[in-house]
Write a protein that binds this ligand. Structure first.
Ligand code: NAD
Length: 342
């Protein structure tokens, strides 16, 4: 069976999900919806992707630019089994009635509120909950990073509670109008930040508090976590558990000299298209444990970390694979998700 898929919103996340879908056998990317003709549309066209416009008015803009579209979003919805919505936060919810009207399954991204979909999703935590669903929301990049490590630690040691500080990148590299340029901004000033609430959309039982600041960088987010484990563990036990987990990459500064997001990205530039790092990177040297209190730093490549989860969500919703371990292994091997950049 071939699953026909469309993507609505071909930006940072949409174009990466498109590339990933094209690597998975059994999935067919029917087309992508672009709002206006720009370099992204030109490149999609050059790659041979079928372009669609959200509506007739947008389609005219494409015609005017000499880049004809194959149809409108409504026409695309008539051809697909599942739509991946990767429009900006809040826009996906506006499209929800249209997706439902066409009887098409929908994946939403983390910029939407949790109630947009039947399930908020993170593969390592709740793959099974997405099986056969009509709508799933893949949580945001920061929440994906938090959930990957929390669910890994919970499986091995049990997690009592989590306290985390999120140091957020200000903008994606392409975004020319966002700041801050010269400040560290409390995000928000009143705690907790929305990340704790978002983690609870997948793990409602977890005692978690988060705070966040935005800093002038575009490369990656960094998190500082304090995780209270349910049982005693040594530093070596924790490292071993993280080494065994999928989608988590330990980076040792002793071996690599890496102690910053800039160096991580520089290493990825040598081996990864778009310098994507869909793995959650944990700085191995920062792992410190006293009793049951575990502390460490981790880095999240915001542009790519949610891509494997989107592929898993498709597999679960379309009941292509019921076993989470197999689904994750298969996705990772197709997308080149690995334990090391060298
Ligand atoms: P983006 O701005 O890079 O891409 C969104 C695309 O949707 C753009 O091409 C835009 O032109 C298009 N668009 C806007 N309005 C539209 C409409 N009405 N109809 C169709 N297309 C429309 O945004 P992004 O960073 O890819 O974010 C998409 C979603 O993914 C958001 O929910 C966001 O919160 C989430 N997300 C973003 C990141 C990140 O760091 N960039 C990480 C994880 C999750």
């Amino acid at each position: 069976m071939t699953v026909k898929i469309g993507i609505n919103g071909y930006g940072t996340i949409g174009k990466r999900i498109a590339s990933a879908i094209m690597k998975v056998s059994g999935l067919e990317l029917v087309g992508v919806v672009k709002r206006s003709p720009d370099y992204g549309a030109l490149q999609a066209h050059k790659q041979g992707l079928a372009l669609y416009a959200p509506d007739e008015e947008s389609a005219k803009k494409f015609e005017k630019a000499g880049l004809p579209v194959k149809g409108t979003l409504k026409e695309l919805l008539g051809e697909v089994d599942l739509i991946v919505d990767s429009t900006p936060g809040g826009v996906g919810a506006k499209y929800k009635p249209l997706y439902e009207e066409h009887g098409v399954k929908a994946i939403y991204q983390g910029g939407e509120k949790a109630d947009v979909a039947e399930v908020s999703f993170s593969s390592l935590c709740n793959y099974e909950e997405a099986i056969g669903r009509n709508s799933v929301r893949v949580v945001s990049c920061n929440t994906t990073g938090l959930l990957r490590v929390i669910c890994t630690l919970n499986k091995v040691f049990g997690v009592e509670k989590v306290r985390a500080t999120i140091i957020r990148r200000a903008a994606d590299p392409k975004e020319v109008k966002r700041g801050p340029v010269n400040s560290i901004v409390l995000n928000p000033p009143k705690l907790p930040s929305h990340h704790a609430i978002d983690v609870k959309s997948v793990l409602p039982w977890l005692d978690i508090w988060t705070s966040a600041v935005v800093v002038p960088t575009t490369l990656m987010h960094v998190h500082n976590l304090i995780v209270y484990l349910k049982r005693d563990a040594s530093r070596e036990d924790v490292i071993e558990a993280l080494k065994q987990a999928p989608r988590i990459m330990l980076v040792s500064s002793e071996a690599s000299g890496i102690k910053s997001t800039a160096q991580l990205v520089e290493a990825a530039r040598e081996v990864r298209p778009r310098y994507d790092i869909p793995e959650l990177v944990i700085f191995e040297d920062s792992i410190h444990i006293e009793g049951r209190e575990l502390v460490f730093f981790q880095a999240v490549h915001q542009e790519s970390i949610v891509v494997p989860e989107n592929i898993d969500a498709i597999k679960a919703m379309m009941s292509l694979e019921r076993d989470p371990v197999k689904a994750i292994q298969d996705t990772d091997s197709l997308l080149g998700v690995s334990k090391s950049l060298w």
